[in-house]
Design a protein around this ligand. Structure first.
Ligand code: ARG
Length: 465
């Protein structure tokens, strides 16, 4: 049945009735894949240039396609492009509009390609741009952390295990721990970018094409490192989207850990840090409240990003080769993972430089709970006592401190000497929180000199990106 008989879709030739209107809506992706329009046009320009070079299109046809696609892009930018679900997806919307604008040359653009290699190309182009934007925000956040670390290389705070005070650390050291998590996330992001940066164009529907295409030419024009090696695989696997989502899930998991600490630290019970008012909100009923909404919301966003990873893994599971319509479901989770991660990074990158640690509160908290007990044990070991015996001596001293409600550093020397005659006047230099952190003076340790140097190196790594 011909197009005049009521089915004017791009595949109308084979069909004898129009698509059911609900099915049309159900199967359309244009409402969400139109965000890849710029990438779709870029891919078409590369494909058309290659078709001319291969002698499939004339120079005039190629020129008409270029002009037509420029008009399409202008219409999209101006918001006047006639998007229609009758054209199902971004690819067919653009092709149909191109043909309406330039006639027969528009109908030749699809020679030697399929929407299957086209969409696989578009998503990669889109994701590559997204990855670069995310990497830039991640770097901005890391710069803020490293700056904060360098300012507070010597600001002592409690270090925790089991969320119980354990040993004093410095605030800078804590910021650099966060930075390490993000440094690995950045590495994972770059790994993902590198593996996905290959060009599926030429795979066509699944088996390749009978036209004399030049796959190296389109790959180069689109700044891919190489063409993909297998046409079946090119149009079917979305592992790169899964890999990106795995990166996103880990990143947001890290951001959720930072968020959780900020939520704790800003509470009236901790008072470790102050966040500027503009990153917080109040309560409509409790006048005293200043809520850390930004970290809370970032913590909460973890659920949806982890959900997207599960959605994409499940989407791919058991799919037979090659392309299946299931894959149209890859876009919404992927796009939302991109948007969410970008927003969360932006919020954090804006906020982090304005985190103000309260040095006085942190110092008192760092000393609480016999935080320098390990230092006393190490002191006794340096004086010749085996570590297990030293552990026991200090345990007794701590028990006395609990009884007297007094920290080790505040106990009289005679009392401490009652637990071991190895203890001398010099013990007090190891019992202070400053002495405790300064003593951990090695690569990866919390001594202020080490933290300052680690911050310098971290900044240099960021500069070298
Ligand atoms: N909208 C489709 C998608 O997102 C494009 C590819 C469709 N190909 C096909 N043969 N139905 O995957």
């Amino acid at each position: 049945m011909s197009q005049q008989d009521g089915n004017d879709s791009l595949w109308g030739g084979r069909f004898s009735e129009a698509t059911d209107s609900f099915v049309q809506r159900f199967t359309a992706s244009v409402s969400f894949d139109q965000r890849m329009a710029a990438q779709d046009i870029r891919g078409s320009l590369a494909h058309a240039a290659m078709l001319e070079a291969s002698g499939v299109l004339t120079a005039d046809e190629h020129q008409a396609i270029r002009d037509g696609l420029a008009t399409v892009q202008q219409e999209i930018d101006a918001g006047t492009f006639p998007w229609s679900i009758e054209r199902e997806d971004v690819h067919m919307n653009i092709e149909a509009r191109l043909t309406a604008l330039i006639g027969d040359a528009g109908k030749k653009l699809h020679t030697g390609r399929s929407r299957n290699d086209q969409v696989a190309t578009d998503i990669r182009l889109y994701l590559r741009d997204a990855i670069d934007a995310i990497a830039a925000e991640l770097t901005r956040l890391q710069r803020g952390l490293v700056e904060l670390a360098s300012t507070h290389a010597a600001t002592v705070m409690p270090g925790f295990t089991h969320l119980q005070g354990a040993q004093p650390v410095t605030f800078g050291h804590h910021m650099l721990a966060w930075n390490e998590m993000l440094e690995r996330d950045h590495g994972r992001l770059q790994d993902c970018r590198q593996r996905m940066n290959v060009c599926p164009l030429g795979a066509a529907a699944l088996a390749g094409t009978t036209f004399p295409i030049d796959r190296a030419m389109t790959a180069a024009a689109l700044e891919f490192d190489a063409p993909t090696r297998n046409s079946l695989d090119s149009v079917s696997d979305r592992d790169f989207a899964i890999e990106f989502s795995a990166f996103a899930a880990l990143l947001i998991t890290h951001l959720s850990r930072m968020s959780e600490e900020l939520v704790l630290w800003t509470s009236a019970q901790f008072r470790f840090v102050e966040l500027p008012d503009r990153f917080c909100t109040g309560s409509s009923i409790m006048p005293q409240k200043k809520n850390p909404d930004v970290p809370e919301l970032v913590r909460g966003k973890t659920g949806r990003v982890n959900g997207h990873l599960m959605a994409l893994l499940t989407l791919m599971k058991s799919q037979p080769l090659a392309y299946n319509k299931d894959n149209q479901e890859d876009k919404e989770p992927l796009f939302d993972a991109v948007d969410t991660v970008l927003d969360c990074l932006r919020a954090f990158a804006d906020m982090v430089p304005h985190i103000q640690p309260r040095a006085d509160v942190l110092r008192v908290a760092a000393a609480a709970g016999f935080a320098t007990a390990t230092d006393l044990a190490d002191y006794l070991v340096r004086k010749g006592l085996p570590f297990r015996d030293a552990h026991e001596v200090v345990g007794n001293a701590v028990a006395a401190g609990v009884e007297r409600n007094e920290d080790l550093a505040d106990m009289p020397l005679e009392l401490l000497q009652g637990f071991s005659d190895l203890i001398e006047e010099d013990v007090f230099s190891v019992l202070t929180v400053e002495g405790s952190v300064a003593a951990r003076d090695h690569l990866g340790g919390t001594a202020p000199t080490q933290v300052a140097e680690a911050a310098r190196q971290a900044a240099a790594r960021l500069d070298a990106r």
